[in-house]
Design a protein around this ligand. Sequence first.
Ligand code: HEC
Length: 80
Amino acid sequence: MGVASPSKTTPFLASGRATRPAVEALKAGKPSHEQIQNGILRRAAPITLSNQCLKCHVPDRKSTEDRKAGLIISIPVAER
Ligand code: HEC
């Protein structure tokens, strides 16, 4: 998993593992997005990174405003 570090222009940045449909769903205001692929459930949901978090997660930030990041949680599931 990875915390995407979103820029100002892209509030939800797709990390290498985020899928385009998940990013689009979150941008459209959905609370979360789930998909199962190759036996892995991936749930994407937005989290807020406040300034205290950003000092590590976006060290080159240019402002101290809160930012949204997409957090992807992957869980192996049995497919039937
Ligand atoms: C002292 C530096 C530091 C601060 C402050 C910090 N983090 Fe992190 N955070 C890290 C590091 C380092 C990792 C591990 C990165 C990795 O393994 O990919 C991590 C991992 C995470 C992860 C899990 C990423 C993943 O996908 O596995 C989340 C979620 C997260 N941080 C959210 C936050 C939030 C929310 C805050 C503020 C409340 C915060 N962090 C503050 C350094 C920090």
